[in-house]
Design a protein around this ligand. Sequence first.
Ligand code: NDP
Length: 485
Amino acid sequence: MAKYDYDLFVIGGGSGGVRAARVAAATGAKVALAEEDRMGGTCVIRGCVPKKLMVFASEYREIFADARAYGWDVQDGAFDWPRFRTALHTELDRLEQVYRKLLDGSGVDIFDTRASLEDPHTVKLADGGTKTAKVILIATGGRPDRPETPNADLGLVSDDLFGLEQLPTSILIVGGGYIACEFAGILNGLGVEVTQFYRGAQILRGFDGEARGLIADQMRERGVDLHCGTNIVEMAPATAEHMRHGTDSDAAMGADLHQAQDRATGQGGAAGGPVRVKGSNGLERVHDRVLFATGRRPNSDGLGLAGIGVETGRRGEIVVDAYSRTAVPSVYAIGDVTNRVQLTPVAIREGMAFVETAFKDNPTAVDHDLIPSAVFTQPEFGTVGLSEEEARDREPVEIYCTSFRPMQTAFADRPDRVMMKLVVSQASRRVLGCHIVAPNAGEMIQLAGIAVKMGATKEDFDRTVAVHPTMAEELVTMRDPVRSA
Ligand code: NDP
């Protein structure tokens, strides 16, 4: 009789956990997976996938306007949120079933319940019973985190956006990271009046400075009321009095207040209802909704980690080595719960490397270097490698950069600008960083990322013939550096 019920028990059915379970099962291992919520996790159910579909939905306003410039007879139409939301959830249901079938087809036993650790080889299931496993993999992901501002529970978090009964008329988005900037663009595109507060000097901290500046300018150009160096000083439910008289000298508030007042009926300013916010910039306004996009926290609470000796860090992240091993030899952790790089493809990579290490006798460390990624802001941002600021702190660099109005939108007389930038080592000539702000920049950076990961030099880029007429051809036609640093 086998010593354990399973060779592997995975806790968490998100991208990382599902991939690890399937690949481990393919080695012949007996595998189980527990998920307390919906299969697919953050990426599929309340993150990347529904977000990207919302980005597509939000872009049609501009597409319709451009179509007229191209000679099409297109009438303005209204966006029907309930219709889109229904279609969105139908699609998410379908994808959830795909994930479930993939696990079933791989022979993985699924437990639709919460699981925690009882000892280094025993998992306790919330709906009763325990299961033992030779190896346990924790892939429980993360969740949105609210700041400690009083009354922060009046605000929404990103999870809430996909199920809203109706779109707000106005929203204050707090934060300047991926989620804040992406939803500022989405909601603005869908016709919501968007105000954004970011506490720092410029949004998208950590990315290339020039790209950040262009994205911020273009977000403002498109109508996002972005306030940097600003945070919430005070927030409270909007009372009928606030909504009758307003709290803001800003005349534009009038219409917003009336709409917020209509929405407040029956909600009395309860969580998710109109909120009066005083900003550190002196602005006091009623917003139909407030969204906190102020970072995410690892889902490590209540897993019984401390009891068995699994170490966690300051934000609750599970501490692992390069092989995703925790302090307990039979317990591994991957994905957002380890708070290394919070990206779906990275969690998947970590899951695959875990299987190599634990089930194929091939210890494999995850390579977290030169990860290309995209921020689905409007305009979109694709990036890989070092920002100009990071690179010039390390070594002398040359900067090749161009910014221009792309053909497609210039024809429609839109003021959009795109940017292509290469950060090049003066010594090795290697391209240390590539930063693209442009429609479909995510698609472009995936390909440029291969060259950068391979160690391509500026001369390798130059040797490549341009694809004409495209925006990306500028990546191989920039002859002279704009500066050396
Ligand atoms: P981020 O860490 O990207 O951004 C959090 C933002 O909130 C920062 O601007 C931060 O400011 C600000 N902030 C944090 N605490 C406070 C506070 N107390 N008061 C005011 N502002 C605060 O987190 P997100 O939630 O946007 O996203 C989480 C992660 O999910 C991302 O880091 C990314 O890895 C992943 N993600 C990836 C996407 C993609 O690949 N396209 C899309 C969405 C998410 P400061 O800069 O000053 O710290």
